[in-house]
Design a protein around this ligand. Sequence first.
Ligand SMILES: [Zn+2]
Length: 287
Amino acid sequence: MRRSILIRGTALTFTAVCGWIAWTQNPPAQPLTYKQVKDDLWVIDGTSNGAGDAGNIAVLVTSEGVILIDDRFAPDYPEVIAVVRKITSQPVKYVMNTHHHGDHTGGNAQMLAGAEIVIQDNARKHMIASNMPGAPRITFSKEASVFLGGKEVRAIYNGRGHTDGDVAVYIPHDHAVHLGDLMAGTRGVTNPVMDYTSGGSLKSWPATLDGTLKLDIDTVIPGHGAVIDKAGLIAHRDKIATVLKRATALVHANKSKDAISSAMVAEFDFKPINLRALDSLIAELKD
Ligand SMILES: [Zn+2]
């Protein structure tokens, strides 16, 4: 993480919040930490193992195998498997990717040797376009379910947000959902981070979250940060809607880039990734 910040300069803020750029350094020695959130559901904490910016992994255990939601960075693979071994003797049969960024799909290439991975169409296209390893063999446009051991895990595409390929991965019987980076922060309620180069959209984001809010959920696993409840997701959705409304007003008032940027920082501590992202934000909100 520290090394990537030094190297990547302008990507600093984006990397700090999301950190999808694959981490190729040696993994640190600390063990991964994980906790049980339902009878059959565990979450491996993305901040453990010293990585800090890795995505949270959900581990669902069934009588016929394990379904993972996301798989961190590639160097974390042995430790992820070691954690699964501590939880159950069942093998990993499926991985559902919440989106294409490397802090959520880095383990794919190794997982594919023994498991099938499911990802949204647009997300797979981004992996191919970026020459990312571990592109899944199975895709879908709107919705896909995996049924294993009498349990269902359902990936649902509700529209653009962080990218144009983010899904909510819903576990109906647990009333739980993994939202990937449609929600990514240490306190649940967070600023939106749009990857405009991968189809991200602030304008669409609140409606995308509304799709998840229609689900019967009491447990929300964010892409990064602590597991929260439905009220936390509602607060997060409302924050993003507020940021969208204010940014739109500033753009429609023809404020300068500097004025928009400083107002958003002052009011929301909202820092677009870099000037190019600010350009994309303004372009998106113009009409
Ligand atoms: Zn991401």
